[in-house]
Design a protein around this ligand. Structure first.
Ligand SMILES: [Zn+2]
Ligand SMILES: [Zn+2]
Length: 330
């Protein structure tokens, strides 16, 4: 099996991606069990300092001739755009080809540059690159969901220090995304409002901004009321917007400015923590709906997810969101 496959777990209705291109044999995992994952932290062997793959997109800063961001296919893709995402039964089981895309966004030519410390124009160029690739991947009707994410540091699963994000397009809608859409739909059916718009209003008006850690004309950043991990922050457009693809030029600037502000505060106050962030946007066919709303979720990796969380999906957070908000605002 060289090409990927996606199988359905019939007990949870969750799809699992099998990506044999990422690893070769079970023994390869064995060798890694007892050693810490290595991070290529110098520029000697860095595949992003000297790109050998085909460059899908290259963007320049307005004020410079040299490139700032480059997009390439992931060398070890989880999904590839080959064939058709057609389901097939295997007895009681369901499987399909691993159709999709997996790209890497190299955010800067400089190997040890931190996104948190880039200047505003550099962060804006990164967001512009996200948006262009998002629209390009959504132009393929087989892609149902496009997720942009950034893993930073070992605990967040990054294996390269060079500043980069990833973008994966899937031909299935994951169960977790459906749960979120359905929760928003039930709220809308009961109250006729978008739950995310209501949360924004509530945080701004009723809670006197006690969990808010940043705001500009079109976005707010806040520690959510039921944050899963310490210092989790959401950055969300103030006006209803279901799809990240609909972001306007003004909103891209405001999003970049708040993202830079929150990441640099985390960098200084939490001592350069490992983190993941993800742009949670909605699946095709939900992208115009009044009840779902995209947001960027930043999850610092300050604690470890263990057996209970994996078994239940229920987080144990040792820190209260209001205290985290005070800390980030201090
Ligand atoms: Zn590098
Ligand atoms: Zn909304």
């Amino acid at each position: 099996m060289n090409e990927g496959e996606i199988r359905l777990n019939q007990t949870t209705q969750e799809w699992v991606i099998y990506a044999p291109l990422r690893r070769f044999r079970p023994e390869d995992f064995q060798a890694q069990t007892n050693i810490e994952a290595t991070v290529i932290d110098n520029n000697h062997n860095c595949p992003f300092c000297a790109v050998s793959e085909e460059i899908i997109l290259e963007m320049h800063r307005k004020s410079s001739d040299s490139w700032q961001t480059r997009v390439v296919l992931n060398k070890y893709p989880a999904l590839i755009p080959l064939g058709k995402p057609k389901r097939k039964t295997e007895g009681m089981y369901l499987t399909m080809p691993g159709y999709g895309s997996h790209e890497v966004i190299i955010e800067h030519p400089q190997h040890d540059r931190h996104l948190a410390l880039m200047d505003l124009e550099e962060v804006e160029t990164t967001i512009e690159t996200y948006h262009q690739r998002y629209l390009a991947l959504m132009a393929d009707a087989n892609n149902l969901l496009v997720i942009i994410f950034r893993n930073y540091g070992k605990k967040a699963g990054a294996s390269l220090k060079h500043p980069h994000s990833q973008i994966i397009a899937t031909s299935v809608v994951p169960q977790r995304r459906r749960w979120q859409e359905e929760a928003a739909q039930r709220y809308f059916d009961r109250l006729g409002e978008c739950v995310y718009c209501d949360i924004i209003k509530h945080e701004l008006e009723t809670c006197s901004g006690r969990r808010i850690v940043g705001e500009n004309e079109t976005f707010i950043a806040f520690v959510p009321y039921a944050a899963e991990v310490p210092c989790e922050v959401w950055i969300i457009p103030k006006l209803h917007q279901a799809d990240f693809g609909s972001i306007t030029p003004k909103e891209k600037k405001d999003f970049a400015s708040l993202l830079k502000d929150i990441l640099s505060r985390m960098y200084y106050k939490l001592n350069n923590p490992d983190y993941n962030y993800v742009i949670n946007t909605n699946a095709r066919y939900k992208a115009e709906e009044p009840q779902v709303h995209w947001y960027c979720q930043i999850l610092p990796r300050l604690t470890t997810t263990a057996g209970f969380e994996l078994a239940t999906g229920m987080s144990i957070n040792p820190s209260l969101p209001e205290i985290d908000a005070d800390f980030l605002n201090s």
